[in-house]
Design a protein around this ligand. Structure first.
Ligand code: OXD
Length: 318
């Protein structure tokens, strides 16, 4: 089976060698260096260029080299009607959980404040909440949300999760659907967004959401920039409703140099590094999906395209 590979990342060559090493029975060809020797039956991609996938009439599967697949449903991409497989990789899952923990600790233990004091050589102690007093709410209980909840629970946080459909997780208070959205927010001192970006979740980190959080809450977004309405975040910080935020993702990346968030001391910015894809372990997961397709089995972690194609509700999930 011939597999086309498209990846705009700096480590694309490493990915290609890992894929070839993990799945030697497949022939990987880098886009656009295709020849006509045999049809392309699979694609391994990250943010493929507009129209690329539509030029592959024999495609049987699209494997994505990351957790998010939202961009496949963006203008001009038009994924063909074949299974789409997202990357669910234990290494990335652990990376996300440790990022979420670090982001919570950054605010809880006031590391930003002490960094600023250090710059002024100021020795001033401030009290902080103990771990068991911090109520964390995780939006999205997929692999990354579940792993984050488990790590935070093990450290001693009071953890709840919210998902579209009812879920149960040991040690985690689980909320689901529209009816339980507000009670979930009302008990979230730290709100962590790990949701997929769909028409139903775009803009979900909005003024209405911030107003429903306890006063002085912290927001962490490690999902997609488009979940957040940036102007609403800045207004909520200015009004003192929110105490701070940690943002790893932005609707425009890299974040433009003149963006006001760069200068906001209440916001910690990281450059989309919460859960970088890992070539060795990621290639092994993709190889498993390709083998499933070749054997006529359904691969794990199939994307439900209806989630991405539905019309946007009037208000984001609230
Ligand atoms: C992903 C990402 O979706 O890194 O995996 O954004």
């Amino acid at each position: 089976m011939r597999v086309v590979f498209y990846c705009p990342w700096a480590n694309a060559e490493t990915w290609l060698s890992e894929l070839r090493a993990c799945a030697p029975e497949f022939t990987f060809v880098a886009w656009p260096e295709l020849d006509d020797s045999a049809p392309i039956e699979a694609a391994v991609v990250w943010r493929p260029p507009a129209g690329m996938l539509r030029q592959l009439p024999n495609l049987r599967v699209v494997c994505v080299m990351g957790a998010g697949v939202d961009y496949l449903f963006g203008p001009g991409i038009e994924p063909p009607d074949v299974p789409i497989v997202r990357l669910v990789d234990p290494v990335m899952t652990e990376r996300m959980a440790s990022y979420v923990l670090a982001a919570i600790l950054y605010h809880q233990r006031q590391l930003g404040r002490y960094r600023a004091q250090q710059a002024q050589r100021v020795w001033r102690q401030s009290m902080h909440k103990d771990t068991s007093e911090v109520r964390v709410g995780i939006m999205g209980l997929g692999a990354m949300g579940r792993a984050s909840a488990a790590l935070l629970g093990a450290v001693g946080y009071d953890v709840a999760g919210w998902s579209r459909r009812p879920t149960s997780l040991a040690g985690v208070r689980c909320y689901a659907g529209r009816d339980q959205w507000r009670p979930f927010l009302a008990r979230s001192d730290v709100l962590v967004c790990l949701l997929p970006l769909t028409p139903a979740t775009r803009g979900i980190l909005s003024r209405a959401t911030f107003d429903a959080l306890p006063e002085g809450a912290v927001v962490i977004n490690a999902a997609r920039g488009e979940h957040l309405i940036e102007a609403d975040l800045i207004a909520a910080l200015d009004a003192g409703r929110l105490a701070g935020a940690v943002l790893d993702v932005f609707s425009i990346e890299p974040l433009p140099e003149d963006h006001p968030l760069w200068r906001d001391p209440r916001v910690l910015i990281t450059p989309h590094v919460a859960s970088l894809s890992n070539p060795a372990s990621g290639a092994a997961q993709i190889a498993a999906a390709l083998r499933a397709i070749r054997a006529g089995r359904a691969p794990a972690h199939l994307v439900d395209r209806d989630d991405y194609l539905q019309a946007a509700p009037r208000e984001a999930s609230v």
